[in-house]
Design a protein around this ligand. Sequence first.
Ligand SMILES: NC(=O)C1=CN([C@@H]2O[C@H](COP(=O)(O)OP(=O)(O)OC[C@H]3O[C@@H](n4cnc5c(N)ncnc54)[C@H](O)[C@@H]3O)[C@@H](O)[C@H]2O)C=CC1
Ligand SMILES: O=C([O-])CC(=O)C(=O)O
Length: 349
Amino acid sequence: MEEPAALRPAACRAKGGAPGFKVAVVGAAGGIGQSLSLLMKMNPLVSVLHLYDVVNTPGVTADVSHMDTSAVPLGVTSDGGFLFLTAPHAAYLNCDRLGVRGFIGQQQLEAALTGMDLVIIPAGLPRKPGMTRDDLFNKNAGIVRSICEGVAKSCPNAIVNLISNPVNSTVPIAAEVFKRAGTYCPKRLLGVTTLDVARANTFVAEVLGVDPREVNVPVVGGHAGVTILPLLSQVSPPCSFTPDEISYLTNRIQNGGTEVVEAFAAAKFADACLRGMRGDAGIVECSYVASEVTELPFFASKVRLGRGGAEEILPLGPLNDFERAGLEKAKKELSESIQKGVSFMNNWT
Ligand SMILES: NC(=O)C1=CN([C@@H]2O[C@H](COP(=O)(O)OP(=O)(O)OC[C@H]3O[C@@H](n4cnc5c(N)ncnc54)[C@H](O)[C@@H]3O)[C@@H](O)[C@H]2O)C=CC1
Ligand SMILES: O=C([O-])CC(=O)C(=O)O
């Protein structure tokens, strides 16, 4: 049965049923942000793309808005953003439907976020060789806090995909910011762990000698070192591994971030969120969310994505002895990372 119009996301209503969501990328000029912006521009579910950063957004915005269909820079808008339209006859069409807009600097954060349905955050420092994700805490905690304050103020109902590391701590920080602002909805705050699943699928496919697109490995826990727990006993299609293979795969998946980082997984996760927001059924991805799957307040596991975000958190399923031992190690580190994020906010006045 068709849902009453009042219950549908505003972006869908505004387009008379045609899919079209307003998406902001915060940290759009960075390594992840630039590729992610390009990939989001290619997503047919996105009607408006706002690109925000503290530096370099004009160039990135021009670049992305030139994709394929002819882009017409229209100059600076009343709230300071710069507007590009991406269709030959854009002037005759609803600007909101086709615009890619760039925003730069703290004073434009509010304009960048206002009206957004989905906010994707890859803002903040990346690791250098030899660093752990937790080593980024001191720099990135404050960045995530101030961006989330902006979200609470300008688009409190948006779904947030948080990419900035350490995800295990930045998601609890975001939750505390939203609680303080009175806008917290656990379903709408999702830590991006899709890269762990992408790596797991790729590495398992290599061992099995099959196409990675045919493989699905649930990866639970968190997004750093031992908190990344691939459930190799639950691989689809069903298969088995030798103890050496399990040890090699677990290690490689847990440490994949030291090899390479990629925006593809973040775009894949955002697309899954948008399809859920549109109302597609059966969208299940792993994500780090507020959870009761373990005694910890946040945990990554399979979640069912729907109109409101993480609509259902799926159980872990049966674990073998190796995975149960891994889970205990993961929970210990995760608990400390969560507490670190919460304490950071408790000490913030
Ligand atoms: N969850 C995941 O799977 C992944 C997480 N990451 C994390 O994403 C973050 C970004 O990584 P990269 O793009 O490689 O770094 P980068 O240094 O290339 O880009 C970061 C961008 O954030 C911007 N930025 C800094 N402060 C900001 C603020 N207050 N507001 C808006 N933008 C701000 C910078 O100007 C820069 O353009 C890092 O923390 C990294 O660890 C990266 C890859 C995967
Ligand atoms: O490892 C890093 O620093 C970035 C990241 O989170 C990943 O690639 O999984």
